[in-house]
Write a protein that binds this ligand. Structure first.
Ligand code: RP5
Ligand code: MG
Ligand code: MG
Length: 279
């Protein structure tokens, strides 16, 4: 695997330019003495409960490559390297930025991505077949991200001590159902109605995410699961409402022209293969 999105131009929500790295120099194994990445850690990380302190803070004693109390510092990519200055190194290679950028954790930042799908139907309830591929068209619940304006899977960070399956359901309800904007009674009702549906997910992807926020020392990893509403009875019949860090939400038709945040299109393609849908 190689990363692209986290090597492009300006770092998100900043005017920091990434050091431009030719593809053949991405790997740490390749000597690159001209490499002079810019250091950037967003100032609003300081003091946040979800963020680590600076590496040289004497009270910070991270257990790299381990479950560190409630924080998972293990990588799906195998053990990552800690450089001579004590900084974890991105398992894919150079990104043109050192520090943490916008990410809270040094090393892996774990997320979960719920890929909620259904078959596209017409008003009469007939499943839509693509004329060329003769395969049924799959739709997934996509959100438009507040930060970049790109469409994406409604994923989010795994909170300390939280299970991945809890994150998948929570993030979906927050971003695609505006859970946080509801009162306690509504929240309870919604949570209950989603419980069974979110019990039977199928794993699609586990590993590194080519997220535009990645740096040489901090990066995103995810577990993506597919929850398929085969007869449009659970999610298919519920009104989607954008919430939290989503500015829009919709059922998006899937085909090979998808252009999503980070490498989310790749996760969707894998879902299509699994369901033998149109691409
Ligand atoms: C991506 O960022 C993951 O795949 C997930 O969709 C998302 C998590 O970050 P936030 O949505 O919380 O910003 O790398
Ligand atoms: Mg979220
Ligand atoms: Mg999110």
């Amino acid at each position: 695997m190689i990363h692209y999105k986290c090597r492009q131009g300006t770092y998100p929500s900043s005017n920091i330019r990434r050091f431009q790295i030719p593809e053949e120099k991405v790997s740490w194994k390749i000597e690159y003495s001209e490499y002079k990445p810019v250091e950037y850690t967003a100032s609003n990380l300081t003091g946040k409960s979800w963020a680590d302190p600076e590496i040289d803070n004497i009270s910070f004693k991270p257990k790299w490559n381990s479950i560190d109390g409630k924080v998972n510092r293990r990588s799906f990519m195998g053990d990552y390297v800690i450089n001579k200055d004590g900084y974890p190194l991105n398992p894919i290679g150079r990104t043109g930025i050192i520090g943490r950028g916008l990410l809270g954790r040094w090393g892996p930042n774990h997320a979960a991505d719920p890929i909620v799908t259904r078959w596209k139907q017409d008003l009469a309830g007939m499943i839509q077949i693509n004329k060329d591929t003769k395969k049924p068209i799959l739709q997934f619940v996509a959100i438009q991200r507040q930060d970049s304006g790109e469409w994406a899977i409604p994923g989010g960070m795994v909170d300390p001590g939280e299970t991945v399956s809890a994150t998948l359901k929570r993030e979906f309800m927050e971003e695609a159902m505006n859970f946080l904007g509801k009162d306690e009674t509504e929240k309870e009702k919604l949570e209950k109605s989603m419980r069974t549906f979110f019990e039977k997910g199928e794993e699609i992807y586990k590993g590194y995410v080519d997220d535009p926020r990645n740096t040489d020392n901090a990066w995103m990893e995810t577990v993506a699961l597919n929850f398929h509403d085969n007869n449009n009875s659970v999610i298919g019949s519920i009104t989607l409402i954008a919430g939290d860090d989503a500015r829009n939400v919709k059922w998006m038709d899937i085909d090979k022209n998808l252009n999503l945040y980070a490498n989310h299109s790749e996760f969707i393609r894998k879902t299509v293969q699994k369901r033998d849908a149109h691409w």
